[in-house]
Design a protein around this ligand. Structure first.
Ligand SMILES: [Zn+2]
Length: 424
């Protein structure tokens, strides 16, 4: 076993041997240990407040063979995603991003009324709706029945199932072979990664294209986005690891784009390895070179992360404790999944953030998991005039600051916790 300077002990356990989700190597190295947290998308109602909540360890490992950063699976996907409160359509900038993608994909791939677009993890139809509006046939797959029902009401055919090779074979048998397969922000949430990617390949016709979007591990490290680690996110990908994963299933990554969404994401284009119509573009080797220079092809690139995460915690606590001591009123904005990680890891409760607000009606009247910080309608901010508004979905910082300019009327300021706590 190698000796490491990662902020870690050796993580062998006498009880269980942890295995890499991608390459099955034993996992020996902690990437960062964020302590214990409840499931982040479980928002207790008032009647639940006297009940216990289950906390799970939030410790990510890095595989020393394929460098997949990963979390152990503690809860079944059925329990996590069966009734999922995440509706993709509540962010204006995200919807704009999706519409742009749709137009670009139709032009680049020449999609028409004779094509088929399949999206895995199609949520409430936030993306497929744009293909449908442009006359391109679509098929959604979404395991969360409540969000799938919203998609169906928009006229988007949606299978309420977990996706994998078995379901892909059923779709092919029913003649549903795809020109474009989309997996946006879903690969991180898949416990059986190899079965999932095998399924994606099965869906592709001979010249079909697969596009995947996911948060870029390089940005997670560079921009200190530790709160994007939570129990629903089992895996964290670099391009290096993604290429390896695709190759293991006979797929070829032929293009990649860097996106600003979700704190810095990649959009990876892949096709069948034998498809000669799509040569690998320079973008792929260029970005792999960037990742290698950042150290992501050895354990060195992962070593300093835990320290910078601690520094962020201390800085955010300094800021909020100072505000509390000076009698300032502090509210949150947003109740994203990642806020559970941020607040638990930093030890921030109602004493430091009195309440938060969210545009999603499902969350209003409920509470953040664990901390029980109440979630209200956004109007609450206008009514209570907080001195500071902590933007919990910091990836939407610009949009939220613009929407909430009115807090300047009473001298209000914004706190953005990531990458470094800062006041705007
Ligand atoms: Zn591995």
């Amino acid at each position: 076993m190698r000796t490491l300077s990662l902020d870690t002990q050796q993580t062998d356990s006498p009880i269980t041997v942890k295995q890499c989700r991608l390459c099955a190597a034993e996992l020996h190295h902690t990437f960062v240990d964020l302590g214990m947290s409840p499931l982040c998308e479980t928002y207790p109602a008032h009647t639940d407040l006297n009940c216990g909540e289950v906390y799970y360890p939030l410790c990510t490992y890095v595989c020393d063979r394929c460098f997949l950063v990963q979390l152990e699976q503690y809860e079944t996907p059925q329990n996590i995603f069966g009734d999922y409160p995440y509706f993709s359509s509540y962010s204006d900038s995200w919807l704009k991003h999706c519409e742009n993608y749709c137009d670009k994909a139709i032009a680049r791939l020449g999609l028409s009324s004779r094509s088929l677009v399949i999206e895995v993890g199609s949520n409430d139809g936030y993306l497929l709706q744009y293909f449908l509006q442009r006359g391109v046939p679509v098929q959604g797959v979404e395991p969360a029945a409540n969000v799938a029902a919203v998609a169906s009401r928009k006229g988007i055919p949606t299978l309420v199932r977990f996706f994998g090779a078995a379901l892909a074979k059923e779709l092919i048998a029913a003649g549903r072979c795809a020109d474009l397969v989309i997996g946006n922000n879903v690969m991180a949430q898949v416990p059986d990664l190899n079965d999932f990617v095998e399924g994606l390949k099965i869906l592709l016709n001979a010249t079909g294209v697969l596009t995947l979007e996911f948060p870029h591990l390089l940005k997670l490290i560079e921009w200190n986005e530790f709160d994007t680690s939570y129990h629903e996110h089992f895996s964290y990908f670099s391009l290096l690891t993604t290429v390896r994963l695709m190759e293991a299933h006979g797929l070829k990554v032929f293009d990649v784009e860097e996106l600003k969404s979700h704190g810095g994401s990649l959009r990876v284009y892949a096709c069948r390895a034998e498809d000669q119509t799509r040569p690998v573009r320079q973008s792929v080797s260029d970005l792999i070179e960037v990742e290698k220079r950042a150290g992501l092809s050895s354990l060195d690139g992962y070593a300093g992360y835990a320290r910078q995460v601690k520094e962020t915690k201390w800085a955010l606590l300094d800021l909020l404790l100072g505000a509390a001591r000076h009698g300032k009123k502090v509210a949150g904005y947003g109740a994203p999944g990642k806020s559970a990680t941020l607040l638990h890891y930093c030890g921030i409760g109602k004493d430091l953030i009195e309440y938060t607000v969210d545009r999603n009606p499902y969350k209003q009247g409920r509470f953040l998991p664990g901390t029980h910080i109440p979630i209200y309608h956004p109007d609450r901010i206008r009514e209570t005039h907080p001195d500071y508004v902590v933007i919990l979905p910091w990836n939407l910082k610009d949009e939220i600051i613009e929407q909430l300019q009115y807090i300047r009327d009473w001298g209000g300021q914004f706190v953005v916790p990531i990458p470094k706590p800062a006041i705007y």
